[in-house]
Design a protein around this ligand. Structure first.
Ligand SMILES: Nc1nc2c(c(=O)[nH]1)N[C@H]1C(S)=C(S)[C@@H](COP(=O)(O)OP(=O)(O)OC[C@H]3O[C@@H](n4cnc5c(=O)[nH]c(N)nc54)[C@H](O)[C@@H]3O)O[C@H]1N2
Ligand SMILES: Nc1nc2c(c(=O)[nH]1)N[C@H]1C(S)=C(S)[C@@H](COP(=O)(O)OP(=O)(O)OC[C@H]3O[C@@H](n4cnc5c(=O)[nH]c(N)nc54)[C@H](O)[C@@H]3O)O[C@H]1N2
Ligand SMILES: [Mo]
Length: 776
């Protein structure tokens, strides 16, 4: 992985630039604050360029017409935003088209490719170049003698993995990672494999994104999911959008925001950066708006807290609501609080005892502005709070999400139309993975049912999550790592430490569609097992198969591939799991082969194990699928008190110490997690540069850093250890003082392995304490 600066400008050239024009003479890096609507023609142009590059002019658009709509399409492998309720055929976005076309590329990465390049050589390639080679086409085994991947038959690959698993002294020496694209059926088989083997070591990508949301909602409401659906978004009077770059990462939310604005709803954005979705948008399927360039505002109020300042801001809003209640009896929903909640008196006391000075200091927002947001909240009959990683990837992520719930409870914004919590999940099926058993802390109830229905001896001890797995591999306690999708080596924190951890393994197995860093940072033995993508037809003995997925709003529906597989040697993910399972568990009574022959059989078993999946095969075939029960929506709370529980956590201290900044790592517009489509970030005005840091201009001046100067960034971990990157370009940006931002995965080298939340165990990816100096 390269941490070298990519822009070749020398310092003298940069000095000539103004803050508004970072263009260099070579036409390379360029910065111009973005002042256009989100989506619209910019998106259309970008897609055209991308499809031309990928050679997918015909298949890409044709495929996207089959995406995300009822009646036989496939689910977009992009984000987890729900499908349009009206089955809108053009409910697609720029980034969805890119993800689909990325998967559909016809470029093959087969045995000739691996014969031509040693792993040592490939390790010097950039991550973008690795993925850009195309689709993996056949199973490969690492050969240490030649330092190359060499072909291996599927049978031998399964036997190699199976033998290693059979030979473990303890099943807890294996860990089974899931990236959130895996369909529900494969997910169920995968967790069954781990548990039949005897371990709950099921780390997943959600340990890095919404673990905090799950734990907070579970503690407050008794179920770890949001309660609203798209119909609620359609009727809410106020939407509070926190810590998400929606125009890039959940672009179909723009449709909801445009519609909300048009019907007069208030839209409050809470984000240290004013992202594109907070300004205005043109929705691609609105042809008149596209033709006339007519944009609709998508925000009515922007608040820019310091990084980590959300909880203080929310508490300020609650304090203002409680103040208002002194003169306006309607400000609080007393009846709701009395009947459905517990802990209100204590929460009110905590709010009253928190002084405005502290709230302003910790949030970085004035009380006047916080009161404006509270005014919007009090004036609205129905409010939705929606959030993503800006809220969760902090030490106090759980407390902050619980504070969101506190605020909702004050005005009874739960269990009724148009109101409630609405986390924006990441990967397209990350929520379904958890529902279907990917959980390193499973409940005894779930394990009991699994044991009963599947007749296995499910282990009760909790397993390892993502950080726990990395630490255990580093210690030598976990020796086999299986990655079901994803790019663990790069996605995880503390890149060199994670690399070491993977390289200490006896065996690493990666089930993947494309070549990535995790294939090159491998154990003593290593397998690459290439699988079908979601766009591809999956034929098994009983015919064409479909898999189900669950979106951010708990809708479960089928996804059917439509394209010929990239190679005849690919297997489906359920078939790969079953292949490993058969080899690893010779005495298994689980009907692995029968499951693979017909996924309906997997669904039948799931319907007996999983809550809310009764009659799964029939209901999943209904138009648009079915919605999983969400008890909190019905005001049924599985909490110890049987009520929705207020939490009264103290405000954390998030103000950076003198001389330091808090750095949040985030995605650019043109990337999918570790997959980088281009080195530009259109909505933030950046072209051709990823090794950058967005800073407040005063923070730059204070450090003697000029606009677009190169800087060195050093993180200071809790244990005092330091990690640095060099030669990053400082971009003056509209961001609160003391806060800074830059891109993952490049900056993961700054995220210390030990710096994870004590509440959620999530790595603090939005909360890295750094010093910034002019480059030496
Ligand atoms: N195109 C595309 N879509 C994606 C992804 C992708 O990589 N590309 N990834 C998917 C995945 S797995 C996930 S989890 C989601 C991630 O979706 P996002 O959560 O949007 O991901 P990030 O890019 O990390 O952006 C976080 C946002 O939080 C803001 N932020 C940073 N710190 C704070 C803070 O302290 N408070 C507040 N209020 N805001 C803060 C940043 O300014 C930024 O707008 O997107 C999913 N969708
Ligand atoms: N610093 C920092 N680090 C972060 C974050 C952050 O905000 N800041 N965000 C975190 C978050 S929210 C997440 S979710 C993780 C992402 O972590 P991961 O999910 O592990 O990473 P991805 O980049 O999404 O994985 C891309 C790879 O998935 C494989 N793939 C794609 N489609 C399929 C498929 O259909 N099947 C299979 N088997 N494989 C497929 C391809 O080989 C591709 O190279 O990163 C985390 N890391
Ligand atoms: Mo994520």
């Amino acid at each position: 992985m390269s941490v070298e600066p990519e822009n070749k400008k020398d310092k003298k050239d940069k000095k000539a630039n103004t803050a508004n024009d970072g263009k260099d003479e070579n036409g390379e890096f360029r910065f111009r604050p973005y002042d256009h609507p989100a989506a619209g023609w910019g998106a259309a142009t970008s897609v055209t360029r991308f499809l031309a590059r990928e050679g997918e002019f015909f298949n890409g658009p044709r495929a996207t017409m089959r995406m995300n709509h009822e009646g036989g399409g496939f689910d977009c492998p992009g984000c987890a935003w729900p499908d349009d309720l009206k089955g809108l055929h053009l409910d697609i976005c720029e980034n969805g088209i890119k993800h689909v076309s990325w998967e559909m590329t016809r470029k093959p990465v087969g045995r000739d490719f691996f014969a031509a390049h040693t792993v040592g050589e490939l390790s010097g390639w950039s991550d973008a170049a690795l993925e850009d080679q195309g689709r993996l086409t056949e199973p490969m085994r690492y050969d240490p003698v030649t330092d190359r991947y060499v072909p291996i038959s599927w049978a031998d690959a399964f036997e190699l993995a199976g033998r290693a698993l059979r030979e473990l002294d303890d099943p807890n020496q294996a860990a089974f990672y899931t990236s959130g694209r895996l369909g529900n059926e494969a997910t169920f088989l995968y967790q069954l494999l781990a548990r039949e083997l005897g371990t709950n070591n099921l780390p997943d990508c959600s340990n890095m994104c919404h673990e905090a949301s799950g734990r907070a909602l579970q503690a407050s409401l008794g179920t770890g999911k949001g309660t609203v659906d798209l119909k609620d978004w359609e009727v809410a009077d106020a939407l509070f959008i926190m810590g998400v770059n929606a125009a890039s990462n959940a672009p179909r939310m723009l449709t909801s925001l445009v519609e909300a604005y048009k019907r007069g709803a208030q839209i409050v954005h809470i984000n240290p950066l004013i992202e594109a979705a907070a300004r205005r948008a043109i929705i691609p399927h609105e042809f008149v708006a596209m033709a006339t360039f007519r944009a609709t505002p998508t925000g009515t109020l922007n608040l820019q807290p310091r990084i980590g300042g959300d909880m203080a801001l929310l508490r300020g809003m609650a304090k203002a609501v409680l103040d208002e209640a002194r003169t306006d009896p309607k400000a609080l929903d007393d009846e709701f609080i009395k009947r459905h909640t517990s802990g209100f008196a204590e929460y009110r006391a905590v709010c009253e005892a928190t002084h405005w000075e502290e709230i302003e200091h910790q949030s970085g927002v004035t009380r006047t502005d916080i009161r404006k947001a509270a005014r919007v909240y009090c004036d609205a009959d129905r409010s939705i709070f929606s959030w993503c990683l800006g809220v969760t990837q902090h030490d106090h992520g759980v407390d902050t999400v619980r504070e969101i719930v506190n605020l909702l409870l004050l005005r009874g914004n739960l269990g009724r139309e148009g109101a409630g919590p609405s986390p924006v999940r990441g990967h397209s099926n990350v929520q379904g993975n958890r529902t279907c058993g990917i959980d390193h802390r499973p409940t005894e109830e779930f394990l009991g049912r699994l044991a009963e229905v599947c007749e296995i001896d499910a282990p009760l001890a909790h397993g390892l999550d993502t950080v726990g797995t990395i630490e255990a591999m580093h210690r030598g306690d976990v020796t086999i790592f299986v990655g079901m999708g994803g790019n663990f080596a790069l996605a995880a924190p503390d890149t060199p430490y994670t690399f070491d951890a993977l390289q200490k393994c006896r065996l690493t197995v990666q089930v993947s569609t494309k070549l990535n860093r995790s294939h090159l940072v491998h154990g003593r033995e290593a397998l690459i097992l290439p699988c079908l993508g979601r766009t591809e037809k999956d034929h098994q003995r009983s015919g064409l198969q479909s898999t189900s997925v669950e979106d951010s709003m708990s809708m479960v529906h089928l996804s059917v591939g439509m394209k010929r597989p990239a190679s005849p040697h690919l297997l489906s993910e359920p078939a790969i799991v079953a292949g490993i399972a058969r080899a690893a568990l010779p005495g298994s009574a689980t009907p692995w082969d029968a499951y693979v022959e017909d996924y309906d059989r997997i669904r039948d078993t799931m319907s007996h194990v999983l809550d809310g999946f009764e009659d799964f095969n029939r209901r999943v075939r209904l138009p648009l699928g079915f919605r999983l029960r969400q008890p909190a929506r019905e005001l049924v709370f599985g909490t110890p008190s049987g009520c929705a529980e207020f939490s009264s956590a103290p405000l954390p201290d998030v103000v950076p110490a003198q001389g330091t900044l808090i750095l949040g790592t985030m995605r650019s517009h043109d990337q999918w997690n570790t997959t980088i489509y281009s080195d530009s970030d259109r909505y933030r005005g950046v072209e051709h540069l990823r090794t950058l840091i967005f800073m407040n201009a005063d923070d730059m001046r204070e450090r003697g850093v000029g606009d677009f100067d190169r800087v060195d960034i050093t993180s200071i971990a809790r244990d005092g250890s330091r990690r640095s990157v060099h030669g990053y370009t400082a971009i003056p940006y509209d961001i609160p003082r003391g806060s800074a931002a830059g891109y993952m995965p490049e900056l993961n080298v700054l995220c210390a392995i030990g710096d994870y939340s004590t509440q959620s165990d999530q790595p603090l990816m939005k909360n890295v304490t750094v010093t910034v100096h002019p480059a030496t």
